[in-house]
Design a protein around this ligand. Structure first.
Ligand SMILES: Cc1cc2nc3c(=O)[nH]c(=O)nc-3n(C[C@H](O)[C@H](O)[C@H](O)COP(=O)(O)OP(=O)(O)OC[C@H]3O[C@@H](n4cnc5c(N)ncnc54)[C@H](O)[C@@H]3O)c2cc1C
Length: 619
């Protein structure tokens, strides 16, 4: 341990994760806090990190308020409908009213936006999406963050949050290590904004063996956004609301541009519209929600899953008609080249030319995220002008730990933010964090050397476990004294798959399975004390696994608590196979006691802020 060098950095605003939300936070923190010290710490390199690393072909959240294309109220209605009624409308409205200004900045910063030749407006792909040539999206927002922050630290994984020792429940910074040099880093901070992305690879993926690592969601998103706040006792919400995506098979190539722009459609193996076949059965489960327009994403997944179970697969995307038009054919390919090159490679390797063959679709393994079509994440305060008392405790996007803020995938309850909305939420969180500092809420924070030294010992323990345990074996990877990160990861994924509703069981679980799954997860937690890391890269894998395991426990606890099937197509509670608005039209909120490791669960009310006034007038 003595060999490991320690670096100290004191700052005002610490941004953990330099993806979309993190770059937005760094940018906005500088705008409001000209004299503040702003640091951003990123596990990869912010030029190409996070879910947008490879680029995007569309900005999925743009209102177009200047042309009255949509207003924030419309977006709240849309997200509410897609999430079967359960969202934090205050957070969604707040993001939506600011998101256009974010997109206009991207335009000014040089992001190539496609324009509608007739109207001169941004070219719409769908009601909410506008099309971009987005290969350079991430370097462009990274440049804004680099110009704003005092320093960007790349290749440092944050493993723990520091807590103030002079008062209860206040954050004091974060610690982590450099994955290349192995050095230990202590960031003492007045406020911390967690923007560390979602969680992939907690459920067993469809792609195993030679395809291992291929997922829809970014493979390096390991749930730090959840594990860091959970570990210090911050409340979380809607963690059961995992997402399953219908995507092109094996490459997980996006379908949005295909459906919306190319007007392709799906069919079963017999060329039938299978969605209609499952209407009555779906209505039995969710009632009138199936009649909503647009049909909620999970319900379309549900028809896909049922049709496949009934032997109607493979489900295909009909591309042959659209690809007969040379212009649409180009768009179809460009869509992949700008953001998922791997799908084009998979098709080439499987002799699929979408001009002549309708490619197969699949439903993905579940992921946990708060910025895409689902809303798992931290329970945060909303803005003071919109939020009812239960949703407001002083500073916008502040978690239930003082001085700790969140944005993007970190924040729960506010789905459909996507890249632009996540950047926007980073801006909102940073503005509030700066105010928190100027309001003198972050005075006299005490972080002792002991707290930092204890973390140092904990963080590097997997290296020691390996070094000592390795002497007991002469070859191979199975040791009586340690497990390797990959072994622990595969065990975690198996538990989550079989007990918490993954692909192996057609997304089905129940109370008994969850109870057993939670027992197995707690045994895994014990064994993770003995994870062994051969080098600094494996040390990162070890900590990614620990963050995934904690996130998974929280997901399982929430899934156990909600005794209904609210989102068929995302997961099913076999013992409560119906949506139950009488008892479960509410948000679920958890807290893990940092001392005991036990979770407690509660219900929180859903306030329908948009349209509520009209309802009151009518009554
Ligand atoms: C496959 C896919 C397709 C998408 N398509 C679109 C689209 O077409 N249009 C659109 O608008 N949106 C799209 N999105 C959504 C968009 O990418 C996300 O909403 C957005 O990136 C979320 O922002 P974030 O900052 O929360 O997470 P991210 O952008 O993923 O950033 C998280 C960052 O945190 C870092 N990090 C993680 N853990 C740590 C740690 N412990 N310490 C330090 N750093 C850490 C990561 O390396 C990463 O840089 C897509 C997402 C995916 C996965």
């Amino acid at each position: 341990m003595a060999k490991i060098k320690t670096h100290y950095e004191d700052c005002d605003v610490l941004v953990v994760g330099g993806g979309m939300a993190g770059t937005g936070a760094a940018f906005e923190a500088r705008h409001w806090g000209r004299d503040l010290k702003i640091i951003c710490v990123e596990k990869a390199n912010i030029d190409r990190s996070g879910a947008v690393a490879q680029g995007l072909y569309a900005i999925n959240c743009y209102m177009g308020m200047q042309w009255n294309e949509n207003q924030p109220e419309d977006h709240v209605r849309y997200a509410r409908n897609d999430l079967m009624g359960l969202v934090r409308e205050d957070l969604g409205y707040d993001m939506a009213r600011h998101v256009d200004s974010t997109v206009h900045m991207f335009d000014e910063w040089g992001l190539p936006m496609m324009k509608n030749e007739k109207t001169g407006r941004y070219l719409r792909e769908g009601k909410w999406q506008i099309m971009i040539h987005g290969e350079s999206y991430k370097p462009i927002v990274a440049e804004a963050a680099k110009k704003s922050a005092d320093k960007i630290y790349n290749r440092i994984m944050i493993t723990h949050l520091l807590m103030d020792e002079s008062s209860e429940n206040r954050v004091g910074g974060a610690v982590g290590f450099n994955m290349r040099t192995g050095d230990f880093y202590v960031f003492r901070a007045k406020t911390v904004i967690v923007a560390a992305g979602g969680a992939s690879h907690i459920f067993k993926p469809r792609a195993v063996g030679e395809g291992m690592g291929r997922t829809w969601y970014a493979p390096w998103s390991n749930g730090s956004a959840y594990a860091l706040p959970i570990a210090v006792g911050a409340k979380m919400t809607q963690m059961e609301n995992r997402i399953v995506l219908t995507r092109f098979k094996d490459g997980y190539g996006p379908v949005g541009a295909y459906f919306l722009h190319l007007k392709t459609y799906t069919q079963n193996a017999n060329g039938e519209n299978y969605e209609k076949k499952w209407y009555d059965q779906t209505k039995e489960i969710v009632g009138e929600y199936i009649d909503h327009h647009p049909v909620p994403t999970c319900l379309r997944n549900h028809a896909f899953i049922e049709e496949t179970k009934a032997g109607g697969g493979p489900i295909q995307m009909v591309t042959t008609e659209a690809f007969a038009d040379p212009h649409l054919e180009v768009i179809g390919w460009e869509n992949f080249l700008g953001m998922t090159v791997g799908q084009a490679v998979v098709w080439a390797s499987q002799d699929i030319d979408p001009k002549y063959t309708n490619p197969e679709l699949t439903t993905s393994e579940p992921y946990v995220m708060g910025s895409h079509a689902t809303c798992s994440g931290a329970w945060v305060s909303g803005p003071e002008d919109l939020s009812p008392p239960e949703y407001f405790w002083g500073y916008n996007r502040m978690l239930t730990v003082e001085g700790l803020f969140g944005a993007g995938d970190t924040v729960g309850g506010s789905a459909h933010k996507f890249s632009s909305g996540s950047f926007t939420e980073g801006r909102l969180a940073a503005k509030a964090a700066v105010k928190y500092i100027y309001d003198k809420k972050a005075e006299n924070i005490k972080v002792t050397d002991k707290q930092c030294d204890d973390f140092k010992e904990t963080i590097y323990k997997p290296l020691e476990n390996y070094t000592v345990g390795r002497n007991e074996i002469t070859g191979g990877t199975v040791s009586p004294s340690y497990i390797l990160p990959i072994q622990g990861l595969q065990r975690l994924q198996k538990i989550m798959d079989e007990y918490v509703g993954g692909v192996g069981v057609n997304y089905m679980t129940n109370g008994n399975l969850l109870k057993r799954g939670l027992e197995l997860l707690s045994i895994l937690q014990e064994d993770l004390e003995h994870v062994g890391a051969e080098d600094y890269h494996q040390l990162m894998r070890a900590w990614e696994l620990k963050h995934r395991a904690l996130t998974s426990q929280c997901v399982a606890e929430h899934t156990m608590f909600r005794e209904e099937t609210r989102w068929p197509g995302y997961y099913y509670r076999g013992d409560h196979m119906k949506l139950d608005d009488d008892n479960w039209h509410c948000l679920t909120v958890s807290r893990r006691d940092p001392k005991t490791g036990k979770f407690t669960m509660e219900k929180a009310p859903v306030y329908h802020i948009v349209d509520e006034e009209k309802k009151k007038e009518a009554s």
